[in-house]
Write a protein that binds this ligand. Sequence first.
Ligand code: ATP
Ligand code: MG
Length: 438
Amino acid sequence: MRLSRYFLPVTKESPADAQIVSHKLMLRAGMIRQTAAGIYAWLPLGHRVLRRIEQIVRDEQDKAGAVELLMPTLQSADLWRQSGRYDAYGPEMLRITDRHDREMLYGPTNEEMITAIFRDSARSYRDLPRTLYHIQWKFRDEVRPRFGVMRGREFLMKDAYSFDIDEAGARHSYNRMFVAYLRTYARMGLRAIPMQADTGPIGGDLSHEFIVLAPTGESEVFYHSNWEAPAVVEDIDLDDAEGLQAIVSGLTRDYAATDEKRDLAREAAAGDALRQSRGVEVGHIFFFGTKYSAAMGMKVQGPDGTEVVPQMGSYGIGVSRLMAAIIEASHDDKGIIWPDSVAPYAVGLINMRIDDAKCSAAADDLYTRLQAAGVDTLYDDRDERGGAKFATMDLIGLPWQIVIGPKGIERGVVELKRRATGEKVELSVEDALARVAG
Ligand code: ATP
Ligand code: MG
């Protein structure tokens, strides 16, 4: 993409209304624009990152055996009356009336809808187990939307729902998601610690929140120092229920918890092993048994012919919140430092002198070759000072920068910079191409 034709409204000044670094940087880097309290437009750069995060989430859900579908944002109140949650949910639910005076709502979550959809088709134990998921916008009328997309009112969530014939099966489905979550966060360069959580209004008895440590996080957390090293989750067989249970038990033995359960965490990690910090919740998983299936009349025929009420779990990841969490974890005083896996473009190509024919020809040529090699490139071909171009590139945090100037071109070299380390090297165009395409 040529920057001269892009829409990247960056600003130098720190916005007065932003308190945490991710919010400031997302505004300054022209990634989001607030359109109403807690509601944001995703500008082109922010939108690209959102899609990349979403794709990693999707990929790990698929690998864990979950099946994607898409449910609507608007739901009928009657659906929520079937579970009894329509009246229970409270003011966080945005309630809407259509022209025929039918009560509707903008979905804050989808347990009712998925249960109704699956209930109407699942007949027997052979239709189970199934885990279904979607990645869809949610609305929660938060009392205090704040910190940008970290706590918005409209936000993008991946939510999955598992249906099993018995508790052991449901536990297996839960464990699959547990490991899929750790893999998902690791691919984004994040270390998320699973913390034993209260199940709250969703009900049930088994639940973990996944917390990324950050000094600006909203929750106070307690964890065992063993969590300072990342959990190894690559080579785990998700189909081996017993092996998986042993691994998840092993991982959760080093107890971690948010404020409510701090005493348990203290007991489990006595003495110097206990760490205290603040954190951002980037995911939450629940096993809640037959809470929704029973309330909504879901039954399937079991292997012995008797009717069985399926055991369910639900599994959420805050896709849009993750973007803020990644920035909290990866930035410096110049701007964002994107991990390669979620970067909006892999390379920022800077033409230092658009009025220099040789320099521009070399930059245009490298841009064409980067595109041909399939390297996502943002090409700064604007008529701007070099200093402004460098500042913009550092601010938007692309992993690689390639700088082409008239002096270098005379000598047949370009400058390659790694954003994360600041390390710069002079290379031939060929070698620079090979490094970023490799
Ligand atoms: P929180 O405790 O932060 O309010 P929650 O427990 O209400 O979150 P869940 O219902 O478990 O959230 O939703 C799943 C995930 O969606 C959360 O782990 C979080 O990452 C994300 N999420 C929840 N509320 C918001 C919000 N207002 N803005 C952005 N992301 C959110
Ligand atoms: Mg929660």
